[in-house]
Design a protein around this ligand. Structure first.
Ligand code: BES
Ligand code: MN
Ligand code: ZN
Length: 489
């Protein structure tokens, strides 16, 4: 998609030259000073009962009189928020889906100002609307004719061009990261293997000048990652531990470290999952996909900071060699872990990755994982679960999520939640009781994150959608990219 800006007078929008003109209208009344041709059309549509200035309403017109563009799409946003503006623009794009317009110009009318966030969401909404998965379905409907999107800026508004430019740049980088994350997540487990994830990161390394190291089982054994290895041992598919570095600041500057759960298929292992919807466990590498996407966005935006991305990737399968309930394994940290449920495998691969992160003397470590069904029950698909070792980090993650329209919600880490992880046979058990399952999983991880500032995102509810719209969402690439950018000095 080609994104541009154009400066125009908002009192002469009808003269804009494009295959389609999209007007996102904010507020319950038409803003003063808007193009009289457009104003008359909107008033007439309202009078006919075809349109209302209420969030969610859209109207598509062809060859409207006095309008140069052959297609006019009106989309009401209601409130002047970033979220409602994005939703309205997305509804307008849906009107153009499968139609002939190659170039659409869009004006957000009634907003106080063009902001970099609005320009960013303009790009992201377009990316969302046009992404099509086709790797194993080449017959999927074509992407459509739309190729060029122009963001129309108000001539009378100072600073609009600058805000739009920075927002478009950020949006394009994040959009590319989201697309990469979705593509990795959507590819089936027999395509998106640990080896494939490693190759994706290697390719990113070559295209964006990153240092990439891919560790195989032998190297992981040498490191003593007994917990990670114990999950991988039940599968014939080789594991990978992926290390990538983006260096945007002097070596002396402590890096931000992102850790992704990369279970490319989670059958549950010997604690086998029920059959219904088990296919969705190909998405259990959503954390890995999101840190790969974030790495891509950051490598394109080149902020002045250092970033390390770690991914523990393997399958969780039942077999004659698989981990069994009751087994005790020794993690890289030295802590022994009693496996009470082999389906609680995410924390087992993450704990060793967290210990590995210590060697970077990080400024902060954030792990990202489709970790618990309990988090889906708690927060659904709207907000990711967020845990943080201090309030400042929690505030930064929260703010990043809000700014990116990729929100999270802070969850507690009271020491009482640790109780359930006690066992007679090891330093810690890998599961507690069912109650507070997302929290006890976080408490387990916290034991391996004592040497640095630590954040944890449980994205079990947000990384993918089920049902008819089944597919990876690319979340939380937006949140993570904003967070990483916020850490630049
Ligand atoms: N990958 C799953 C978590 C999951 C489940 C994500 C459903 C999205 C939807 C994870 O490995 C898992 O199986 N967790 C168990 C933990 C339990 C055994 C303590 C769960 O949530 O049931
Ligand atoms: Mn599991
Ligand atoms: Zn899992």
């Amino acid at each position: 998609m080609d994104f541009r800006t154009q400066i125009a007078s908002f009192d002469a929008l009808a003269g804009i030259n494009a295959d389609a003109l999209i007007l996102v209208l904010v507020g319950e009344e038409l803003p003063a000073g808007i193009d009289p041709v457009v104003a008359a059309l909107v008033k007439d549509a309202i009078k006919l009962g075809d349109f209302e200035l209420k969030a969610g309403k859209v109207l598509s017109l062809q060859r409207a009189e006095g309008v140069k563009a052959p297609r006019l799409v009106l989309a009401a946003a209601g409130k002047a928020t970033l979220k409602s503006a994005r939703a309205a623009f997305q509804a307008a794009l849906a009107q153009l889906k499968g139609r002939g317009a190659a170039h659409a110009a869009t004006a957000f009318v009634g907003f106080e100002a063009m902001t970099d966030s609005l320009a960013e969401q303009f790009v992201l909404a377009a990316g969302d609307a046009t992404y099509v998965y086709r790797h194993t379905k080449p017959s999927a409907p074509a992407e459509g004719k739309l190729q060029k999107l122009t963001l129309v800026l108000n001539k009378s508004e100072e600073g609009a061009a600058k805000a739009a430019k920075s927002g478009l740049t950020r949006g394009q980088a994040i959009g590319a990261g989201i697309e990469l994350a979705r593509e990795c997540a959507n590819r089936p487990g027999n395509y998106a293997t640990p080896t494939y994830l490693g190759e994706q990161v290697k390719a990113l390394g070559s295209s964006h000048g990153l240092k990439v190291e891919i560790l195989d089982r032998k190297a992981v054994e040498k490191l003593g990652m007994g917990s990670f290895l114990s999950v991988a041992q039940g599968s014939d598919e080789p594991l990978r531990f992926i290390v990538a570095r983006y260096d945007g600041a002097p070596k002396t500057q402590a890096p931000v470290v992102l850790v992704g759960k990369g279970i490319t298929f989670d059958s549950g292992g010997i604690s086998l999952k029920p059959g219904a919807e088990m296919d969705e466990m190909k998405f259990d590498m959503g954390g890995a996909a999101s840190v790969i996407g974030t790495l891509r966005a950051v490598a394109e935006l080149k902020p002045k900071l250092n970033l390390v991305v770690l991914i523990a990737a393997c399958e969780n399968m039942p077999s004659g060699r698989a981990l069994k309930p009751g087994d005790v394994v020794t993690s890289m940290s030295g802590q022994t872990i009693e496996i009470l449920n082999t389906d609680a495998e995410g924390r087992l691969v993450l704990c060793d990755a967290l210990t590995y992160a210590e060697r970077f003397k990080p400024a902060v470590v954030v792990d990202v994982a489709t970790l618990t069904g309990a988090c889906v029950i708690a927060l659904g698909g709207v907000r990711s679960g967020m845990y943080a070792s201090d309030d400042e980090l929690a505030a930064a993650l929260s703010a990043a999520g809000d700014a990116a329209l990729d929100p999270c919600w802070r969850m507690p880490l009271d020491e009482e939640y640790d109780e359930g992880l006690k066992t007679n046979f090891a330093d810690v058990a890998n599961v507690g009781s069912r109650a507070g399952g997302s929290i006890t999983a976080a408490k387990f991880l916290q034991r391996f994150a004592g040497k640095f500032r630590w954040g944890h995102l449980d994205i079990a509810g947000t990384a993918w959608k089920g049902g008819a719209a089944k597919g990876g969402t690319g979340r939380p690439v937006g949140l993570l990219t904003h967070f990483v950018l916020s850490q630049a000095k």
